[in-house]
Design a protein around this ligand. Structure first.
Ligand SMILES: [Zn+2]
Length: 210
């Protein structure tokens, strides 16, 4: 079967929620376009200022870097700082030093759509502060979840298509693991579930923050 977009290359990727079969190139373009649209519509990046990427060697970190480079044609000053594990809201000494040294005002965190809905569910039932929902500001720094509207499964496909080397750490937290399992199960039956949840979260954010 041929790709339903370009009608030329072999369709190797199936996107159930869109009912589409795409070739690798068209799939990558689709994801890149979706992220670029999010950057534009939410005014996420100030291209005149330095950007710091928290690099935990995950596929999300690799993809974020790739998309920034593609979107801005290498015209932006993208710095990277290594982190061992991403703990949202927490900054290591190295990260703090880099922020100070480079006068950083925008930070990209390796974070996908699944991470966002798991974070939301966790807060809904547990912590309930929702401090780090959406792209958030803390101490005058904007924290950008560049891949907030890209599924974990899409990130995996993208990284494979682009032949990125990455290291994912399995989730250790029992509750987050359970939420993830449940979401995956529902999403298997209803392919649009995760996207609908993100949409609901978008509507709930202003209520929570008011
Ligand atoms: Zn194609």
């Amino acid at each position: 079967m041929l790709c339903q977009k370009c009608n030329r290359a072999k369709a190797e990727i199936k996107l159930p929620y869109l009912g589409l079969r795409l070739c690798k190139a068209c799939f990558c373009k689709l994801i890149e376009r979706r992220v670029k649209k999010e950057i534009r519509s939410k005014n996420l990046i100030n291209e005149k200022e330095k950007i710091l990427l928290l690099n935990n060697n995950s596929k999300e970190a690799k993809i974020s870097e790739h998309i920034i480079r593609v979107a801005y044609n290498n015209r932006v000053d993208l710095l990277k700082v290594k982190i061992n594990e991403l703990e949202i809201g927490f900054l290591s000494r190295e990260v703090k030093e880099s922020i100070k040294k480079n006068k950083i005002k925008q930070i990209i965190i390796p974070w996908n759509l699944d991470d966002e809905i798991i974070y939301f569910s966790e807060n809904l039932f547990n912590r309930g502060d929702f401090k780090y929902i959406g792209n958030f500001k803390q101490n005058k720094i904007l924290y950008i979840k560049l891949l907030r509207n890209v599924l974990e499964s899409e990130c995996l496909l993208f990284a494979k298509c682009r032949k990125f080397k990455f290291k994912d750490r399995p989730e250790k937290d029992k509750q987050r693991k359970d939420i993830k399992k449940m979401l995956d199960k529902i999403n298997k039956k209803h392919a649009e579930t995760k996207f609908s949840l993100l949409k609901s979260i978008e509507q709930i954010i202003p209520i929570i923050q008011s």
